[in-house]
Design a protein around this ligand. Structure first.
Ligand SMILES: *Cc1c(COP(=O)(O)O)cnc(C)c1O
Length: 433
């Protein structure tokens, strides 16, 4: 008897479902590779790239992939094959993109930290996006007369939490919009040629917000007559859970396109639009297959917990900002039919109280209705293509880096990153005893 089992009346139809894998594929990948394992879908990624390449535009479009979202070489190569350029967030990402085969001229560096090797990076042909007055000044000193891009903070943001907001007074990203005079002073002091202006304000799907941001960004383009490209950054929100909304690129793009047309009528300049999606291109295109390692409960006023064989070392988004990912039960035995729904708190394998996959922002655990799951069954965590593998608390508790496989468009499974060997975790340590 299981006295604490909470069987509830939630219709099966409201339970999250697998997005691109079949149950048989889940079982066979788990059997062949073991769990946990990230599975990326080539055709889903290609679909998203095609959608981005059809973003409405008046006088041309450039799409940059914000590679920090998921930098595996194979994903970078899929981007390159379709003519997508690179947004690098550090000088090391520049190195990584070049190693993957990108020409330096197809990379723009937008870095919170001023690059320590700026000279060689810029000399190789990478475009620099100055994100602060200090960055612009230092760039001007090294490269007087050279072209540069400017990142502005337009004074508004639209992230769904303060932690994903990268615009407005609480954000340190970009040059504050009221400092235009200071920017102009540095630009003329070093005779810099501003050929691009850039904003990136965080995750949002509201056409009104995009229109407002485009309007401000075009004002910066107006202030710098050499600007030919206007970048509106990324932040195109996608719905990971069934009740979350995804951005309709056509809907947010149309009013933006109109503003570019008006700008050209007013100033006779046909500006190219640039967008920099990270999330949009990959978030929904990967799943993490995990196995239930334990199932416990905390009594009749408590909860039933599912402990997975993965944790914040593979996906830290729930711990970091209460992000929700679909959690789908797949029975180990294909002949078992599930028709019950239970409420679970789903936790990771790290010895850290914050390693909970079902929690509110701030840490309070919440339950998730799922199809009944037992030890040895699989839980597939969906929509883990962006900021999961790339942003995890990797190696915490000395868990190895999680393996990654690719489901190719012809239906094959290929290993694209092997599970880390344990000695790799402590390889850089130097014993002095
Ligand atoms: C992270 C980042 C992006 C991508 O943001 P998403 O929310 O993943 O679309 C784009 N541009 C810049 C400058 C970034 O730092």
């Amino acid at each position: 008897m299981e006295p604490f089992l909470r069987i509830i009346n939630i219709p099966m139809t409201s339970i999250e479902k697998l997005k691109f894998l079949s149950e048989d594929q889940v079982r066979s990948i788990a059997k062949q590779y073991g769990t946990p394992v990230f599975v990326y879908s080539q055709s889903e990624i290609q679909k998203k790239i095609d959608e981005a390449l059809h973003f409405p535009n008046a006088f041309g479009l450039q799409v940059r992939y914000a590679m920090k979202a998921s930098p595996n070489v194979n994903i970078l190569k899929m981007m390159q094959a379709k003519g997508v350029l690179i947004d690098a967030s550090s000088e090391h990402e520049v190195t990584r993109a070049i190693a993957a085969g990108f020409a330096p001229s197809s990379i723009m560096l937008t870095s919170q930290q001023f690059p320590k090797e700026l000279e060689s990076i810029v000399k190789s042909g990478v475009m620099f996006n100055a994100c602060s007055l200090r960055q612009l000044e230092a760039y001007g000193q090294s490269f007087p007369g050279k072209e540069v891009s400017l990142r502005f903070n337009p004074g508004l943001g639209s992230g769904h939490t303060k932690k994903t907001d990268v615009g407005g007074v609480t954000s340190s990203f970009g040059i504050w919009h009221e400092k235009l005079m200071d920017v102009q002073a540095i630009v003329s002091k070093y005779n810099l040629k501003v050929t691009k202006v850039h904003t990136h304000i965080g995750s949002g799907s509201d056409p009104e917000v995009w229109k407002a941001v485009a309007k401000y960004t075009l004002e910066y383009a107006e202030a710098f007559p050499d600007v030919t490209v206007v970048s509106l950054g990324g932040g195109y929100k996608v719905g990971r859970m069934a009740d979350e909304k995804s951005t309709d690129l056509q809907k947010i793009g149309e009013p933006v396109k109109q503003l570019f047309v008006e700008f050209s009528e007013k100033f006779g300049r046909k500006l190219v639009l640039e967008i920099e999606p990270g999330t949009y291109l990959v978030a929904l295109c990967a799943a993490l297959i995990t196995t239930i390692d334990d199932k416990i409960d905390t009594g009749k006023n408590g909860f039933t917990f599912l402990k997975l064989d993965t944790g914040m070392d593979a996906n830290t988004r729930p711990s970091l900002y209460g992000a929700r990912h679909p959690l789908v039960t797949v029975k180990q035995d294909p002949s078992v039919k599930i028709e019950k729904v239970e409420e679970y708190v789903v936790v990771g394998h790290c010895c850290e109280s914050g390693d909970v996959f079902t929690q509110k922002e701030g840490g309070e655990p919440i339950t998730r209705p799922m199809q009944t799951a037992e030890l040895g069954d699989f839980v597939v965590m969906e929509a883990v293509g962006a900021y999961c593998s790339a942003m995890s608390t990797k190696n915490y508790n000395s868990f190895p880096e999680t393996q990654e496989v690719l489901l190719t468009s012809t239906g094959e499974i290929k290993l694209i990153r092997k599970k880390q060997e344990i000695p790799e975790i402590y390889r850089n340590e130097i014993s002095v005893f």
